[in-house]
Ligand binder design. Structure first.
Ligand code: UTP
Length: 287
């Protein structure tokens, strides 16, 4: 079955980015002139997704406004003759079908995805965490869709991490099939380094079969007392196989100040308009 729908989870508090996230959704932090969430939306579109649901929460209205039309702004830009900006602004609201569901209590990533159950129905779907920016062409999600088509099972994205960082990730126990593909034998959420069964950490891209919803409904709160997707996947594994797609492209955890800064610098340095100026500035200030 084709992967047509995607869930983008954006309801978290973003505590690692306080105080700005008190009044500004983390997903709207800029990377160049676009907010983080737009990279996830574009990755989904470029991977064949036709409909997106964004899971939001109180204080996240800026996301809805961003993907909506703004007739006042369009009128203003038209009058000023700013045709380039006008076209870019108009394009935003036509990118893809986006709708929104509010997660009324932030009970964890697993719970956030469960709120999308009626939107998804009985078909496999993608999940993207917008604070994970993956710099890959074709997009990482597209590779995962290909793996789904091969095995017709859930697929998680994994990356080699330093073992000491295991407490920041879901870690898989793999049975390696090929360069990029592993069968998942088990999953553990944020283990201590000594307990980590590999150095393959899960990052924020998933293809899930719809059976995950029934499983999620009985998943008990785990680490941080949240309903963890990793724990739900461990339960799903009792019913069906799960695969992992290992990627080696650059990934930025833009949900942390240092990860976001690295992404801003890396994208900035490659920007055709101001990359060279930024490089010269950094060279000078690093002396
Ligand atoms: P994080 O672990 O990054 O949590 O969530 P967070 O709240 O966004 O940020 P910190 O840890 O407080 O700094 C991973 C993903 O799950 C979503 C987040 O929006 C992010 O995309 N999420 C998390 C929800 O949608 N709802 C939740 O209840 C928890």
């Amino acid at each position: 079955m084709q992967i047509r729908k995607a869930v983008i989870t954006a309801a978290g508090w973003g505590t690692r980015f306080l105080p700005i996230t008190k009044a500004q959704p983390k997903e709207m932090l800029p990377l160049g002139t676009k907010p983080l969430i737009q990279y996830a939306v574009e990755e989904a579109i470029n991977s064949g997704i036709e409909q997106i649901v964004v899971i939001t929460a109180l204080g996240k209205r800026a996301i809805e406004d961003y993907f909506d039309r703004s007739f006042e702004l369009e009128y203003f830009l038209e009058k000023k003759g700013e045709i380039g900006f006008l076209e870019e602004i108009r394009k935003l609201s036509t990118l893809v079908d986006v709708c929104y569901i509010r997660q009324k209590e932030q009970l964890g990533l697993g719970h956030a995805i469960l709120t999308a159950r009626h939107f998804i129905g009985n078909e496999p779907f993608a999940v993207l965490l917008p604070d994970d920016i993956i710099d890959s062409k074709p997009p990482l999600l597209k590779h995962m869709v290909d793996v789904y088509e091969q095995y017709e099972s859930s697929v998680v994205a994994v990356q080699r991490i330093a073992k000491k960082d295991a407490p920041k990730y879901g870690i898989i126990d793999p049975r390696t099939i090929s360069d990029h593909i592993h069968e998942v034998l088990s999953l553990t959420e944020k283990p201590e380094p000594a307990q980590a069964l590999s150095n393959l950490g899960i990052v924020g891209r998933y293809i899930l079969t719809p059976e995950i919803f029934n499983v999620m409904q009985v998943t008990q709160p785990g680490k941080n007392k949240e309903i963890q997707l990793t724990d739900a996947l461990q339960l799903l594994l009792k019913q069906q196989a799960i695969y992992a797609y290992e990627f080696s492209e650059e990934r930025y955890d833009a949900g942390t100040p240092i990860g976001w800064l690295k992404a801003v610098l890396s994208f900035g340095l490659r920007n055709p308009t101001y990359g060279q100026e930024l490089r010269e500035y950094l060279d000078k200030s690093c002396k």
